[in-house]
Ligand binder design. Sequence first.
Ligand code: NDP
Ligand code: MG
Ligand code: MG
Length: 330
Amino acid sequence: TTTVYYEEDAEQKHIEDKTVAILGYGSQGHAHALNLHESGVDVVVGLRPDSSSRSDAEDAGLDVTTPAEAASQGDVVSLLIPDTVQPDVYEQAVEPNLEAGDTLQFAHGFNIHYNQIQPPEDVDVTMVAPKSPGHLVRRNYERDQGTPALLAVYQDATDEAVNEGLAYAKAIGCARAGVLETTFQEEVESDLFGEQAILCGGITSLVKHGYETLVDNGYSPEAAYFECLNEMKLIVDLMYEGGLAEMWNSVSDTAEYGGLSRGDEILDDHVRENMEETLEQVQNGEFAREWVLENKANRPGYTQLREAEKNHEIEEVGERLRALFAWSDE
Ligand code: NDP
Ligand code: MG
Ligand code: MG
């Protein structure tokens, strides 16, 4: 079973005499920097000279310098910039400034797991990955609430990696909610699979197939939009609150019987086989290779896919409908 750590398992002393360099001040970066700072940890933010977030960080009372200078000052260097730019920034600004015993810290394991960053053997390599967008990590901290996080150690050169990672997780507020122990491999593979098969890819594909089926059979785009996209949120909110059971309890018996008897006919064994295939491409590195090459080539396939998604009829219908109804800006 999975180990879960809480406040009493983490001691902030393991990070208190250290300087934490936060590279990037975006979604995760601003939340980690501000929460650490307010927990009394020494923080220095590393940003490129023309960064649009520089004044935000400075106005919040944080020390801001270049990524290279921050990495040199930091005992813990947290790479909180987009995963696709991490390898270059690591090579140019971080690697030359890592000393034996420093910690290289991530919020997602892609670059380590797929060998896009290969750290020296004398540093700790850890991950504290909040399971939520950065603005919630920040908001929960301000309200004395927590955000669950994953903790993983890839390399433990000092024998202190777990204690330090827990101290970091506590200082950003995550130990209030719970810190789950995992590995880089598990975090990366389950994360990629989840976003591809279910959360981002699966759900949008399901919505589009449903919309197209109704519209192709003569139903109005407006009715199809509400049925296939808008109501999704209500259903997901119920599952979030009380699992599948709460959702089934809240819908009509007709909806429950129809859903239970037809759901697995739609998403049948064939879908399950496709999921196995998707997972395999994550596990054997095929997806990672494709994505790295895609970025090296300036994203030709990605741009095309984005364009096609933007031009789907459901987007135009939705924009029109959302403007007409009061719930649009709730
Ligand atoms: P963001 O896209 O929000 O990062 C933006 C920041 O990165 C900005 O400060 C930007 O500065 C800086 N930046 C961008 N490019 C460069 C560059 N070439 N050199 C230096 N700085 C650069 O990142 P996220 O917070 O979304 O992601 C950070 C990490 O956290 C990733 O590993 C991600 O997988 C992980 N993660 C993200 C979650 C999320 O909710 N977003 C959830 C859990 C993990 P500038 O103003 O100069 O552009
Ligand atoms: Mg250093
Ligand atoms: Mg993800």
